[in-house]
Ligand binder design. Structure first.
Ligand code: NAD
Length: 364
């Protein structure tokens, strides 16, 4: 029976990569229909919101979505569509595999040894959106509370973001990480935080992780501080397997890990909850190259591989991943970001790289 998937092309380079996905999925001959829903900066003027209800309704109906990047204004403007989607659909786990594909440029000497799974908590922490921007205006009672109840005096020029981390939220993300490890034959789970400094939020995450780890005695469990982990990942990435982190550190470490396997262009992601799942590449809307046929479509294609696996379409997942890997390995039809300095071939555009993946799909 045909399955309908919500497809959100998104902003910037989003429509270009969404076109490539549709072309590749058609070549795979899987029984999928797309329910195309536009969101992001592109719809604000017409619909007065970057995330109209029709988009959420479509995902709630179809249960699964594939999403292009959506712009978020920095330090001002509307609230992130991504954060709202994750919170409204309770997509509490963000899974980002970081695996090296032969042919990708990497600064690491033996990148083929890297095969990480990053599990990031997606709904809590400093991303919960609890912020006070006008401390001496409407929020004055909050400053008064801090002064009177806690003896903390903050000036009017102080912005405040609150970092909520709960035992239940921490336990469910760490349980997700161990269950993922069990299902995918992984051996080790590393919980990461800054519990030495933030004892009541990160400390709570650490204690919850330790408690959950005791239910999984067959796995190696370890705890690391996030600053140390940044160095470890650059120096010894091969030592790590499944990483589980609160929201903010997860976001940052995901980009770091994408960097060591060769960049954002090849990093896929999944946002998963109990009822819904939204798949998307790790990269953003790349406004500097939008509309120029320059964006590398591998991130969204590898996210489609994750989506197929989630849907139980393992043959389609395997064929698509093999096709992308072959195009990257051969290096003849790849975008500029993947081009090695000594390559005899000129870089190609997004469409041409997509065509090369389709050709591989047809040949496998
Ligand atoms: P970005 O990922 O869009 O771009 C960073 C750099 O990497 C740019 O130079 C870009 O050209 C390059 N790049 C990114 N993806 C590429 C690809 N697939 N192929 C080739 N080059 C690629 O990050 P940014 O500039 O920090 O963010 C731009 C916008 O995207 C912001 O509004 C941000 O909020 C948004 N964003 C959205 C998501 C999402 O929707 N999931 C994620 C990250 C950023």
């Amino acid at each position: 029976m045909s399955q309908t998937i919500t497809l959100i092309p998104g902003d910037g380079v989003g429509p270009e990569i969404a076109d490539v996905v549709q072309q590749c999925v058609a070549a795979l001959d899987v029984d999928i229909e797309w329910d195309i829903q536009h969101a992001g900066a592109a719809v604000i003027e017409k619909e007065s919101t970057p995330l109209p209800d029709r988009v959420l309704d479509s995902i709630k109906k179809n249960k699964i979505a594939l999403k292009g990047p959506v712009e978020t204004p920095v330090g001002k403007g509307f609230r992130s569509v991504n954060v709202r989607l994750r919170q409204d659909l309770d997509l509490y786990a963000c899974v980002r595999p970081c695996k090296y594909y032969d042919g990708v440029k990497s600064r690491i000497t033996d990148p083929e040894s890297i095969d990480l799974i990053i599990v990031r908590e997606n709904t809590e922490d400093l991303y919960a959106g609890i912020e006070f921007m006008d401390s001496c205006g409407e929020e004055a009672p909050f400053l008064k509370f801090l002064k009177e109840q806690k003896g903390i005096e903050l000036g009017c020029d102080t912005g405040i973001s609150i970092k909520p981390i709960s035992i239940s939220g921490s336990e469910r993300i760490v349980t997700f990480a161990f269950e993922y490890a069990k299902k995918h034959g992984r051996k080790k789970v590393t919980a990461i935080d800054k519990a030495n400094i933030m004892k009541y939020s990160d400390g709570l995450f650490m204690r919850a992780a330790e408690a959950v780890s005791r239910r999984y005695p067959d796995f190696i469990y370890e705890h690391k501080l996030v600053d140390n982990m940044c160095m470890q990942l650059v120096q010894y990435p091969e030592k790590y397997d499944v990483l589980v982190l609160p929201n903010l550190y997860g976001d940052i470490i995901s980009d770091l890990a994408a960097g060591i396997i060769g960049g954002l262009g090849v990093a896929p992601g999944a946002n998963v909850g109990y009822d819904y799942a939204v798949f998307e590449a790790t990269h953003g809307s790349a406004p500097d190259i939008a509309g120029q046929n320059k964006v590398n479509p591998s991130g969204i294609l590898l996210s489609t591989v994750l989506m197929f696996k989630y849907m139980g379409l393992s043959d389609a997942a395997e064929r698509l991943e093999r096709s992308i890997a072959a195009v990257i390995r051969e290096g003849k039809h790849v975008t500029a970001d993947l081009k090695k300095a000594d390559s005899p071939h000129a870089p190609v555009g997004t469409r041409e790289m997509g065509n090369a993946v389709v050709e591989k799909i047809n040949s496998f």
